[in-house]
Design a protein. Structure first.
Length: 121
């Protein structure tokens, strides 16, 4: 079922970070994962990129960036044309919701870990 690709934005090698936990959980659920973070690194074989890589076939973007840091990624995320963007707790951003919806991208205010844990991902 590795057809749906998820971009974890705000990825970290720090195992205490939710973005790191999300990468592990996504992989355990057989999801394809790509990642972008502040620092280059690797989580379970997934390389953390530091630049806005023009990934293709992104189904979901899961955000682990605060609203101020998200601004640098508005156009980038829209250019990827994902089906949905998940705003994890602490990343809520009504300004960005509107922008995404006007580009026909679904907005989900939820916790990726909870969605995966309850089979709603």
């Amino acid at each position: 079922m590795k057809n749906k690709k998820t971009l974890v934005l705000g990825a970290s090698e720090n195992t205490a970070r939710y973005a790191n936990m999300a990468i592990h959980k996504l992989l355990s659920k057989d999801q394809s994962v790509v990642a972008i973070g502040q620092r280059a690194g690797e989580v379970e074989g997934v390389k953390i990129q530091t630049k806005q890589v023009p990934f293709t076939n992104i189904d979901t973007v899961t955000l682990y960036l605060n609203p101020t840091r998200q601004r640098d990624y508005y156009n980038y995320i829209i250019s990827l044309a994902p089906k949905r963007v998940i705003f994890n707790p602490g990343t809520e951003n009504p300004e960005f919701y509107q922008l995404l919806r006007s580009n026909n991208i679904q907005v989900e205010v939820a916790c990726t870990l909870v969605l995966l844990g309850t089979g709603q991902y």
